[in-house]
Design a protein around this ligand. Structure first.
Ligand SMILES: [Zn+2]
Length: 365
């Protein structure tokens, strides 16, 4: 259970007094006042986008310590062992129109799912899958990795400050965000739920991205797993910053936690900033969708408030690609070859000498 679930109703009621009016949803409103996201054809608005998908070839890619801990868990909880084959991925993603496969690069815990591997997964169904590169800004050659990722057609970045062992506003991380803003690469911030005991959980607190969002107002941020285990911070962050979102990954299998997070988002007026994410292979989109739509069943026979079903539907069917400023893969086909390509992120924007604008952060690794 998260701190949110443990703190209960008084805190939720207190937060209601801080509620902000809902901001426009770029997936449902043609154009936006800020002009930060392109409008999309209405016929695509109901297509489900899973923004949080993992796949690996061996547990060691999550780091040696994480692999050992996960194997130990499988001994006592064999039913928790997910199928991470590409066939399982394709089957699980049938209910969704688009899925974003996340890479991983955290030298601190020895975790690496390189961009080449992510690109191979995307190539299985390039009309459906999009890839985000795992980038470790503490690695000396991370700019080279970013350039390679863009050349491979990946369209976003994943960072993991907890597993990477760095403060989110470390000057090297700030330089990465600056590049991402220049190149229109959205950034998924993976929550602190890494299996390695050495991961620095304190660096996954969502409020630490407040400085990042203030300095880079054009950077699209997604707080993965609604910032678990600090969902309240994440909810405040997405209400504060118009380019900040949160995804529901890692929540669908825990109905009480899912209910509390969705209710808080509803009461805060920020449901339009939540994106659907399954956290495959730990949960499938089918299960996640079912659990979101049935979240109000937990209130049956009680006086607990419910969340309007229409609000839940909008979360599930939100056009996350539009929110993140991404083109659907079919809009990125090379007209000469007919092959998928990516023209959103010119690599000549990658200039290693470019300093981060404004403050370069309040901490060092
Ligand atoms: Zn994840």
């Amino acid at each position: 259970m998260t701190a949110l679930a443990n703190q209960g109703w008084p805190n939720a009621i207190f937060l209601m007094t801080l509620s902000l009016p809902p901001s426009p949803d770029p997936s449902e409103t043609p154009g936006t006042p800020s002009g930060l996201a392109p409008s999309r054809p209405s016929e695509s608005a109901r297509q489900i986008v899973d923004v949080h998908v993992h796949l690996w070839e061996s547990l060691e890619q999550l780091g040696a310590e994480a692999a050992r801990r996960i194997r130990q868990r499988f001994v006592t909880q064999p039913w928790d062992q997910p199928d991470v084959s590409v066939q399982a991925l394709d089957q699980a993603m049938e209910p969704v129109r688009y899925a974003i496969v996340l890479g991983l690069d955290c030298g601190y815990v020895g975790a690496s799912i390189p961009c080449q591997q992510v690109a191979r997964y995307v190539a299985r169904q390039p009309e459906k899958y999009l890839g985000f590169a795992g980038i470790d800004p503490m690695a000396s050659g991370y700019l080279s990795n970013l350039r390679t990722a863009v050349d491979l057609g990946l369209v976003g970045v994943t960072v993991s400050p907890a597993a990477g062992g760095y403060h989110p506003s470390d000057s090297r991380a700030m330089r990465l965000y600056e590049h991402c803003q220049e190149m229109n690469l959205p950034v998924v911030v993976h929550p602190g739920t890494h299996f390695a005991g050495s991961a620095k959980l304190e660096y996954s607190q969502p409020y630490l991205y407040d400085e990042v969002a203030r300095i880079f107002p054009g950077l699209r941020l997604v707080l993965g797993g609604v910032g678990l285990p600090w969902a309240e911070q994440a909810i405040i962050m997405i209400g504060k910053h118009p380019t900040c979102y949160a995804d529901l990954s890692d929540l669908a299998s825990r109905p009480w936690q899912l209910y509390n997070v969705l209710l808080l988002a509803y009461q805060q007026g920020v449901m339009d900033r939540l994106l659907f994410g399954s956290d495959f292979p730990f949960t499938t989109p089918q299960t996640a969708i079912h659990n979101i739509y049935s979240v109000n069943t937990i209130t049956h026979g009680t006086h607990l408030p419910t969340i309007p079903r229409e609000q839940l539907r909008r979360v599930v069917e939100r056009d996350a690609l539009a929110c993140l400023g991404l083109k659907p893969p079919f809009q990125s086909l090379d007209p000469a070859t007919g092959q998928p390509t990516n023209t959103q992120t010119p690599t000549d924007a990658l200039t290693p000498e470019t300093p981060a604008t404004g403050s370069v952060g309040s901490a060092t690794a």
